[in-house]
Design a protein around this ligand. Structure first.
Ligand SMILES: Cc1ncc(COP(=O)(O)O)c(C=O)c1O
Length: 383
């Protein structure tokens, strides 16, 4: 019913993902947007808005606020007060504003590594110290190492930054893990920033996304949640995301920290968010099915290749975290670029020995990329 198979030429549209390799025969599978058209209801809403033709300063409408409030209750059983919402033109801005709004300069921010690179830069940009807590990993199963977390805490730790579902390792954290994290944060008076941008992209049918702030009233009071429709509905270029901050004092600091620096949102971002959350659940389910197929196609290919590559189960996101340590490739990104596939180096995520592959594309493109990667590995490892 929805078409994820058609290959849409994104060249010449200023696409960050595709421009990187402009003029080269390299399939880009790096930055996290998908090569699919957004849902029809989103495109139709934007078309109508375009025809209106006036594009002045725009605030969140009652309709988009209702769409977010309803989605949170429908999908996660989370009843929020609309007053808790703070709109943002980008979620990375939210990570940086959060670091500036919690504690003081010189305080420490903890995060699990590997992780999405802005988690590593935001504390430094905000005059805070970054404390990295390596996750534990065993045969591609990743998890929170609570002993390391406890040991890493400093007297100046004020903030913990959580990514769930996790980019890049693909975990959708379980209730027990989140509860243990909540107990730890409450015990030590640490505020949690929960980046849940991938919450609509749970692929594993056994898993469900649990917003961290739903673990109890006390937890909600010390959590800044960041969400956006941009990953799930492929709207990254429209710049619409939001923070949910139940605590009035945290919300006040957050709003103050962004004042005069973070701009208003544009009318398209709001409209797309409204249509996505209200009218596109069927599309989202079809997308999840398609992404599951892509994930499985990739996992099968990895098993066939020489070089011992393997990947963590992708419980959520459309990003695969591939262990290349056995292959002994010094410059893995260059190796795969030479084969015609653009991946992202694990070192950017503080995950050396890994590459990240974005499989949010038509199956035929994925198959072509996998054929190229497989050939390059066979060539490299032929006796
Ligand atoms: C965990 C996470 N947070 C934030 C972002 C980006 O958010 P934005 O484009 O709204 O700044 C991404 C994009 O890949 C992401 O994976």
């Amino acid at each position: 019913m929805f078409d994820f198979d058609t290959v849409i030429d994104r060249r010449g549209t200023g696409s960050e993902k595709w421009e990187k390799y402009a003029g080269k025969d390299i399939l880009p599978m790096w930055v996290a947007d998908m090569d699919f058209r957004s849902p029809p209801a989103v495109i139709e809403g934007l078309r109508r808005r375009t025809e209106h033709g006036v594009f002045g300063y725009t605030k969140a409408s009652a309709e988009v606020i209702d769409a977010v409030v309803d989605m949170l209750e429908r999908d996660f059983g989370w009843k929020i007060d609309p007053a808790w919402l703070v709109w943002l033109p980008g979620l990375v801005s939210g990570l940086n504003v959060t670091c500036r709004s919690v504690g003081e300069a010189g305080d420490d921010v903890l995060t699990l590594v590997p992780v999405y690179p802005p988690f590593l830069s935001a504390p430094r940009f905000s005059g805070r110290g970054l404390v990295r807590v390596p996750m534990h990993e065993n045969a591609n199963r990743w998890g929170i190492d609570f002993n390391r977390l406890e040991a890493a805490r400093t007297p100046r730790t004020r903030l913990f930054m959580l990514c769930n579902p996790h980019n890049p390792v693909g975990r959708v954290f379980d209730l027990a893990e989140l509860q243990q994290l909540a107990e730890w944060s409450l015990r030590h008076g640490v505020i949690v920033c929960a980046d849940e941008i991938h919450c609509g992209l749970v692929l594993d049918p056994e898993k469900r996304h649990i917003p961290f702030a739903t673990l109890g009233a006390e937890v909600a009071e010390s959590t800044i949640t960041l969400m956006a429709p941009s990953k799930t509905f492929n709207l990254a270029g429209l710049g619409c995301s939001f923070a949910i901050i139940p605590s009035e004092s945290l919300r006040r600091s957050f709003v103050q920290a962004k004042a005069g620096i973070v701009p208003m949102l544009n009318p398209y971002g709001y409209l797309a968010a409204e249509a996505a959350y209200r009218d596109c659940e069927e599309w989202r389910r079809a997308l999840i099915d398609y992404l599951r197929g892509n994930r499985d196609t990739l996992a099968e290919a990895l098993k066939r290749w020489p070089g011992g590559l393997s990947m963590a189960p992708v419980e959520g996101t459309y990003l695969a975290w591939i262990d290349i340590r056995q292959a002994g490739l010094d410059e893995p990104v260059r190796f795969f670029e030479a084969a015609g596939v653009g991946l992202q180096d694990g070192r950017e995520f503080d995950g050396p020995g890994f590459v990240r592959l974005n499989f949010g594309c038509p199956r035929s493109v994925l198959n072509e990329a996998l054929a190229r990667m497989g050939r390059a590995l066979e060539e490299r490892f032929k006796r």
